[in-house]
Write a protein that binds this ligand. Sequence first.
Ligand SMILES: Nc1ncnc2c1ncn2[C@@H]1O[C@H](COP(=O)(O)OP(=O)(O)OP(=O)(O)O)[C@@H](O)[C@H]1O
Ligand SMILES: [Mg+2]
Length: 300
Amino acid sequence: MNAIEIRDLSKSFRGMYAVDHLNMTVPVGAIYGFIGENGSGKSTTEKLICGHLVPDGGEIKLFDRDYTDAGVRVRVGALIENAGCFPGSSVYQNLMMQCINLGLENPDEEIRRVLEIVRMEDNATIKFKSCSLGMKQRIGIAMALLGEPALLILDEPINGLDTDGMRIMREILVDITHNYGCTVLISSHILGELEKIATHYGIIRQGKMIVEMSAQELEGRARVFVSLKTKDMAGAREVLKEKYGTVKDEDGYLRVYDVDDTAQIVDLLMKNGHVVSEIKKNKIGLEEYYVELMSQKEVK
Ligand SMILES: Nc1ncnc2c1ncn2[C@@H]1O[C@H](COP(=O)(O)OP(=O)(O)OP(=O)(O)O)[C@@H](O)[C@H]1O
Ligand SMILES: [Mg+2]
């Protein structure tokens, strides 16, 4: 079963498509990384799924049911833009107000549960305005987790976080999916971070989904390459070019694509009088895949 299935979804503002006949499939249990340039339509898509905007056309199904179905709506938690908290109220009070809004039974117990998940059980009495950005983002996630949603929609939750904040957020998201069986849709620009946790990716451009794939598929599609250093980089490049075709200069290394036999390369260079001082095998990551895709693919 899919947690989200979108077909032909469109939304325009002043005659311009923000979401343009978009298709999207998010399997249950996935951490789905939703990637795209500024203004490509990520937040609009998320708002449409959450019912914050009305689509011009198309279909959104959540857990095989129409997204307007009340039974399915209560299974969706979201953090889009900000948590909508009252700054002068404590973390606990903000969560309590949301529990009342949602009509949750045993709110105190539920608040303890979500605070534990976001590792803020010791910060319940702090006023929201006194919280750090990282804490505010985690409170936003706690708010979204109230009522035990099966699907969590998070719009750029790691933006602006420091390394430690990102690590904690990563651990929280993995915990939510592994231990609570929640599916997570997360938009982010920080591809290196996303790559550490995402099981699936969707790349959106000008409102259209241009690629959807699992992390395994990305792994399979990613080109291998060897990067190396020698004293005479220009001379070595010529030798490598002749045998392997394109050779790129990247960060002070020469890159030879679609080869992983380092011994063969060392041997070839040695025979041509070049001593290799450093050599390693590599694979193109999400970031490079994305940059390459963006530079190639034109939207029709
Ligand atoms: N309420 C609105 N009124 C008019 N135009 C809007 C509105 N919301 C979004 N847009 C436009 O729709 C397009 C998509 O915006 P959206 O916010 O969905 O992009 P995004 O991918 O989330 O970008 P970012 O990475 O900057 O958050 C943009 O051109 C934006 O200006
Ligand atoms: Mg956005």
